[in-house]
Design a protein around this ligand. Structure first.
Ligand SMILES: *[C@@H]1O[C@H](CO)[C@@H](O)[C@H](O)[C@H]1NC(C)=O
Ligand SMILES: *[C@@H]1O[C@H](CO)[C@@H](O)[C@H](O)[C@H]1NC(C)=O
Ligand SMILES: *[C@@H]1O[C@H](CO)[C@@H](O)[C@H](O)[C@H]1NC(C)=O
Ligand SMILES: *[C@@H]1O[C@H](CO)[C@@H](O)[C@H](O)[C@H]1NC(C)=O
Length: 255
């Protein structure tokens, strides 16, 4: 631990607190980034002649987690105290300070990153959960469907994981083991409802969402020769193909 950290933390908290009631602060549009574990986020900050300070924090409710703080004096290189996950570069010609942060789920998963130049908010980035880290399924047996949503970062989420039906939340679980309308599973949520192929479900967490496709439950029938059209087991064999063709042909005759 560097001895400067507590000092900086004190300064930052003071500054953030002061800014809370500053009605004149203009908040630029948020940009949105999808962040997966191990990703690096890089941003450029333009320093102006009067820039004396740069602060970068990740906000989580009332708390903030500072990962870079720089003080700037005219005609000097910025003096920065970065967190171990941050690196920075300053280009004197362009007066651009670039910082790169390697995303660490444990430290950074709170979902908003704010950069302040002097006391003004310069940049706000909404960090969305990683789409690829969702494990989602909707397995039906023609009458019921089991919808399951899991995400690797579930335990870091404040608002938890949700199952949505056409953009409305129908079930939600937070990591502290509270669920509404659903059961918890290892790192997410599960619920069972009546199957309706017209209804589309999606999984959502911290502003990110993925659609879930239906799959039919595999039915294990001990007999041979009964067609099994389930995916994943390879090509249908000739026998089942023949069977399907005959059924298809016959059904057309009778309709
Ligand atoms: C810093 O300078 C810019 C223009 O270069 C000006 O718009 C801004 O208000 C100044 N900020 C302060 C705190 O003086
Ligand atoms: C992420 O941060 C935690 C807590 O500070 C630390 O223990 C862990 O080693 C970090 N992980 C990586 C991959 O840097
Ligand atoms: C379908 O799944 C539901 C919920 O798991 C179950 O109650 C029901 O008996 C199943 N129906 C059939 C036909 O297997
Ligand atoms: C769901 O189905 C759509 C259309 O068939 C496909 O493009 C998409 O990749 C599927 N999603 C998943 C998660 O499998």
């Amino acid at each position: 631990m560097r001895p400067v950290i507590p000092l900086i933390a004190g300064i930052v908290l003071g500054i953030l607190g002061k800014n809370g009631n500053g009605a004149s602060v203009s908040i630029p549009d948020e940009s949105i980034k999808e962040i997966c574990a191990g990703d690096t986020i890089c941003e450029d900050i333009k320093l102006e002649a009067n820039t004396s300070q740069i602060i970068e924090v990740i906000l989580r409710q009332q708390q903030s987690n500072t990962f870079l703080q720089c003080s700037i004096r005219p005609n000097e290189e910025p003096k920065c105290a970065p967190d171990s996950s941050v690196s920075f570069k300053y280009k004197r010609e362009t007066q651009i300070l670039q910082f790169c942060m390697k995303f660490n789920q444990t430290k950074h998963s709170e979902n908003k990153m704010v950069v302040k130049r002097n006391e003004e908010i310069y940049l706000t980035i909404l960090l969305l959960s990683c789409k690829d880290d969702f494990k989602a399924s909707a397995v039906h047996n023609k009458t019921h469907v089991t919808v399951t949503c899991e995400h690797d970062a579930f335990k870091f989420s404040n608002s938890g994981i949700e199952i949505e039906r056409e953009s409305n939340i129908v079930a939600q679980c937070v990591w502290s083991r509270q669920c509404i309308g659903a059961e918890e599973v290892a790192s997410g949520i599960q619920f069972i409802t009546e199957y309706d192929p017209k209804i589309k479900y999606s999984c959502a967490m911290d502003g990110q969402s993925v659609q879930i496709n239906y799959t039919e439950e595999e039915i294990h029938i001990p007999h041979q020769g009964i067609p099994n059209s389930d995916q994943g087991t390879g090509r249908p064999n000739l026998l089942s193909c023949l069977y399907m063709c005959i059924i298809g042909f016959l059904s057309r005759l009778f309709i």
